[in-house]
Design a protein around this ligand. Structure first.
Ligand SMILES: *[C@@H]1O[C@H](CO)[C@@H](O)[C@H](O)[C@H]1NC(C)=O
Length: 336
């Protein structure tokens, strides 16, 4: 009787896990930045995230307070290494193993790791060592017995060309290293993480970047690219990265947008609450419902930056990307 019951329970768990993958789709997450001295405790933040129906977060460092709060929460996490760890992980497999033993192994039974990112917005072309670091960290994770994608986070600015999207191409400086990174990711079936901010493109060139196109708020095609029509710059950025990946042998690598957002303050008329709310709400709706023109069936897993306004970042827009104030009240409302 007990055995039959435990079979039934196991089967139900199996079903639930698989169903939750199905309903996830591409999925939306939130960046949990900690560059502030006034934030609520990690358990309060994880409760807040769950209360808003968000099931994924990204953290920039292996913060054990956050990892503790994630245990048994059902909230999945992308975890970063600090950039300074990349050369150490690259040159010393024991450093990589120790990183995994310290930051992953104690938590992996109760926390779902979506991916581990080597650094944030690094230019692999500046590092002799990115491929070594990816291989060492991947070997360290595998030898721990867990299956977690190991990847890195790049910015769209590594592209020398991104317009029109089909012409997307990494800069000459980034290309040799991106070829190695793409090869590693493709052969392991891991995604690449990309930061993509239409806001910065618009604020940097408002005469040529239409506001509604940047806000994902146009119903009209704004950019034609062969057979494809783009109504928004977010899709154009993602497809530009796909095109660039194809040119370095990474056509099969999935793009996850690990950061996108719009500041609500700090740069005059470019950064109002109305604009930030419009962009982020349109972003959430868009990535939950559709893929990009190049890959229409492929919803882009996307993480909004950020949960909180962070008071220890550089003054100006950098402090004002949050959906919430540190007291957990909304800067503006977003439905997830
Ligand atoms: C977004 O588009 C709608 C419909 O065209 C328009 O009414 C609204 O003003 C736009 N929002 C912004 C912030 O421009």
């Amino acid at each position: 009787m007990g055995l039959v019951l435990s079979y039934i329970i196991n089967f139900l768990c199996f079903l639930t896990i698989h169903l939750s993958f199905l309903v996830d789709g591409g999925g939306i997450g939130l960046n949990y930045g900690l560059v502030a001295d006034n934030l609520p405790s990690p358990p309060q933040v994880i409760s807040l995230v769950k209360s808003r129906n968000v099931a994924r977060i990204r953290i920039f460092e292996p913060n054990h307070g956050v990892l503790d709060a994630l245990q048994n929460s059902g909230v999945e996490v992308i975890i970063g290494t600090v950039n300074a760890d990349i050369p150490k992980i690259a040159s010393d497999i024991n450093y990589a193993k120790n990183w995994v033993q310290t930051n992953v192994v104690p938590y992996a039974p109760t926390v779902k790791f979506r991916a581990i990112s080597l650094g944030n917005e690094v230019n692999p072309g500046d590092l002799a060592s990115m491929l070594h670091a990816l291989n060492n960290l991947n070997d360290a994770v595998k030898s721990s017995g867990y299956l977690i994608p190991v990847t890195t986070t790049i910015g769209v600015y590594l592209l020398a060309r991104s317009y029109p999207p089909s012409q997307g191409d990494f800069s000459e400086a980034a290309k040799p290293a991106m070829q190695q990174v793409a090869g590693f990711l493709a052969s392991n079936g891991y995604p690449i993480l990309v930061t993509a901010y239409p806001y910065f493109a618009y604020a940097g060139d408002p005469n040529n970047v239409p506001l509604q196109y940047a806000l994902i708020n146009s119903t009209e095609v704004v950019v034609r690219d062969g057979d494809l029509g783009y109504t928004n710059l977010f899709d154009a950025m993602v497809d530009g990265v796909y095109a660039a990946l194809e040119k370095v042998g990474g056509g099969a690598v999935e793009v996850v947008v690990c950061e996108s957002g719009w500041p609500s303050k700090g740069n005059g008329d470019f950064t109002t609450i109305a604009l930030a709310q419009t962009y982020n709400q349109n972003l959430v709706k868009h990535v939950m419902n559709s893929g990009t023109p190049k890959k229409p069936g492929n919803k882009v897993e996307t993480y909004v930056f950020a949960i909180f306004n962070e008071d220890q970042k550089s003054p100006g827009v950098e402090q004002n990307f949050g959906l919430f104030y540190p007291d957990m009240t909304e800067v503006y409302h977003i439905d997830f």
